[in-house]
Design a protein around this ligand. Sequence first.
Ligand code: SF4
Length: 341
Amino acid sequence: MEWYSRECRALPWRESRDSYRVWISEAMLQQTRVETVLSYWPRFVERFPTLEDLSEAEEDEVLALWSGLGYYNRARKLREAAIEIVRQHGGEFPRTREEALALAGVGPYTAGAVLSIAYDLPEALVDGNVQRVFSRLFGIDEVAGSTRMNRLLWSLAGELVPRSGGAGTWNQAVMELGATVCVPRSPRCGECPVRRGCVAHREGRTGELPRMPEKREPTLVQLSIFVAEREGAVLLEQRPVGGRMAGLWQFPTIEVSDLPIEQPGELFPRLLPRAGESPVLSPGGPLGALRHSITRYSIRAEVHSAELVGEVPSGWRWFDRGQLEDLALTGMARKVLRVSE
Ligand code: SF4
């Protein structure tokens, strides 16, 4: 904890212990790099300065501010949970683990983080950084992410978290050590405040621990994306309700892959008519190509110009290019914009 108070990075969400601000930062930081969150968190809390503001927001606006961060369910659930908190907890993030876990999108990590950091309650947490530090420090030779590993880590974290003040600092210190010193490749053991007690350092096993599960190959997806433009406006389609990235806007897209796809159409259902049906777009010349990753999918896409044939289909709309900044676009649509400008 002394090391943390000397060495911690100055991050904007660390300036206040306001439970709402802590909660938003923790929700964003899951699955997302600190560098990315640095550009999203300030905009989000500026637009929605209080939990009440978020609870009154339209879902579209929340999604627009989240556009590009990925895992959009996090944004939907944040808003849902904010509504619940206003309704049931007087507008303040609850103070017990049980109540926190009952909120939409709040799992054991987020509950532990908010309760310990904002309220200094002796609540544990485990994330990827904690896993790496503990696995090396205590020489835990279990597969990362396995049930056994998780059980061990949560029980250790629960034993170690200080009971008489400083729980939030402790949790952040362990995570910070994992993020800045005990990094995945080539940990900087020479600068580490706990090296004297560290099993992996003593036994020269820092490269082996934590033991990683075998990696799954990414699923390749090949797409054609169409940019129809008319008087400075572009034609977008809204992704269907219930699927991935539901409700977000994208350029009309089809899968053209003849690569082995496990579940064809899962990521990009064929939104354009199939052969034999009347065409909506007539493809023009190529504008460029892009690559994109969504969870375990590795996407390659060719971007073409196109012209609308007939009526605008339902779920599609023209948007002026100037409107797109504030629209809930998919991350890939933002790349298409850059390719097609
Ligand atoms: S001594 Fe090295 S391996 Fe051990 S906790 Fe510190 S940085 Fe990690």
